[in-house]
Ligand binder design. Sequence first.
Ligand SMILES: Nc1ncnc2c1ncn2[C@@H]1O[C@H](COP(=O)(O)OP(=O)(O)OP(=O)(O)O)[C@@H](O)[C@H]1O
Length: 340
Amino acid sequence: MNSVNTDDQTLLEIDDLTVAFGDGAGSVRAVENVSLSVAAGEIYALVGESGCGKSTLAYSMLQIVPQPGRIIGGDVRFRGRGMVTMSKRDLNALRSAELAMVFQGAMNAFNPVVTIGTQVDHILQAHPEVFPDPKEGRNHFEHLLELVQLPPKRIWKSFESQLSGGMKQRVAIAVALLLQPSVVILDEPTTALDVLNQRLVIDILKDLHRDLGVTIVFVTHDLAVVAEVATRVAVMYAGRLVETGTVEEIFKAERRHPYVEALINAIPSVLDVGLTVEPIGGAVPNLADLPAGCRFAPRCGLAEEICQHTEPPLLGDDGGHLVACHVVNRNAVPMEVSEA
Ligand SMILES: Nc1ncnc2c1ncn2[C@@H]1O[C@H](COP(=O)(O)OP(=O)(O)OP(=O)(O)O)[C@@H](O)[C@H]1O
């Protein structure tokens, strides 16, 4: 398991955030009343099955929620500055200086008709404030390519079509780091890769964190990756947070959300001893037709009467390990409604 950086300076705060797609009766809330905070130096994982709202939450961190999505409640703060009402100009400045994203399917992120080097030069020309001397910027990019284990000279002259999927993913990571952001957000960085490239990307994320000190937020459905890379975890289910805590708290805790328990049991590689794999029965509910009460109740072996009609609050202890489950929390005292 990984240690948590003791520098608890908060960089990114999600405060009671709600993001909706569509209007009126057809509207769904992909993210609902989510609060969490990411401290400098963390590797923060957003986890959950497909459709739980992870990507939407990640996009919210940069204020790039795609249409017809919009933030209808709460705020996102970077170093204490509210981003939801920030001017476009300030947002752009903040994004290029502090926040970068590697999108899901980064393989198609490049312009196919110009070389990678030319694309990097364009970024450097657009941001002379970061590297007044473009040579310095190029040297930095070469260094980043070395960190992502790619040959700088060859990559500089390459067109996208000359790179494998795994190489493109790593070039996309290097490009995201070009302007020396404080935080890089990666959406499913290992998902589209074969096993060898997944392994490589996991190692590279750890190296980048160690060598550059960059704060990493990544979206994944793979708890095995979380166990190996992350320091802190937020687990989402049907748009809501169901559990947050350090990696140790999530994997070792006795008080754990049944959904997280099920995710862990579905992935034997993250377990200490050889328990059998148990796929999670059922599916994430349609956000337009949510069950009353706990959203996980229809799939939950622990569900009781209260779970059928009352949404469980996220409750925690002083350590910040929070769980939203009536049954699991019943005997854990003292507890208070709290933010992650
Ligand atoms: N562009 C969109 N238009 C309409 N609804 C959307 C759009 N994007 C997301 N949603 C809604 O938000 C929900 C959550 O989507 P999101 O992509 O954030 O989930 P996710 O957990 O990242 O899933 P995945 O791993 O499949 O990307 C979707 O199930 C859908 O209901």
